[in-house]
Design a protein around this ligand. Sequence first.
Ligand code: ZN
Length: 309
Amino acid sequence: MRYCFGIDIGGTTVKIGLFSISGEIIDKWEIKTHTENQGERILPDISESILNKLEEKKILKSDVNGIGIGVPAPVKADGIVKNTVNLGWKYKEVKREMEELSGLRTEVGNDANVAALGEMWLGAGKGQENMIMVTLGTGVGGGIIVDGKPLVGAHGAGGEIGHLCMNYEETEKCGCGNTGCLEQYASATGIVKLAEKRLKQDHVDSVLREKSVSAKAVFDALKAGDAVAAEIVEEFGRYLGHGLANLAVVTDPSVIVIGGGVSNAGDILLDYVKKYFQEKAFFANKNTEFILATLGNSAGICGAAKLIL
Ligand code: ZN
């Protein structure tokens, strides 16, 4: 049997998976991300952990195809990242350093693109070659797969769906410095802002007035029949659905996969997004399928492993 490793480096933990090259997860575990001293220990820690695992499982290095790594930063095929705030890294040659440390071939990708690749390989997008994946968490992440390959681009910033401009009138700033980004309306924090704005408009009864609002509370209220929550989700659906329609006309996906914490709301979320997608989709894109992600937070390690295959 041949093997590969998939690594998903986050700001607090590094997720590591040992895979067979046919896509079976043999083992997965986590180690702490040591971000101090510009994250100098991160790659040596990972290398040590995977070499220990090979010894434990009595697997020869020569039976390992290599290591795929997802990092929370724009990254190109050369595996070099510049200024990864979450990890403390400045300029870092991730691919070269990891190959030297481990003696194994290494490929590096952006974490959102890599998660999309994971869903395409082993999850909701299995068997698809053209896919958009949106991750609705604290922010809005995205990965676009065209003809089986992640769209990386000239600056490694391809697929940064969260920063599509969706509202020209917005005055509040997005984390990226622009105004009116999709992330300001469709992320968990964006939904809370939409809710706060709506609740201030009048005094119509809503369970959302009783406690502090979260994205989950909005969807729970919607499911319980709360009319104000329904208005908030309509607005969320409009921003995300229209944004995805714009993307679909450029990338022509067969499927759009929606993941991240907010997607735990379930199929009801898809109903609202699909409605507004349909409203603005180009005629050739109208039948694009919508699916919830299935791999949860394992999407990153799965896609990272796929990078090396
Ligand atoms: Zn932005």
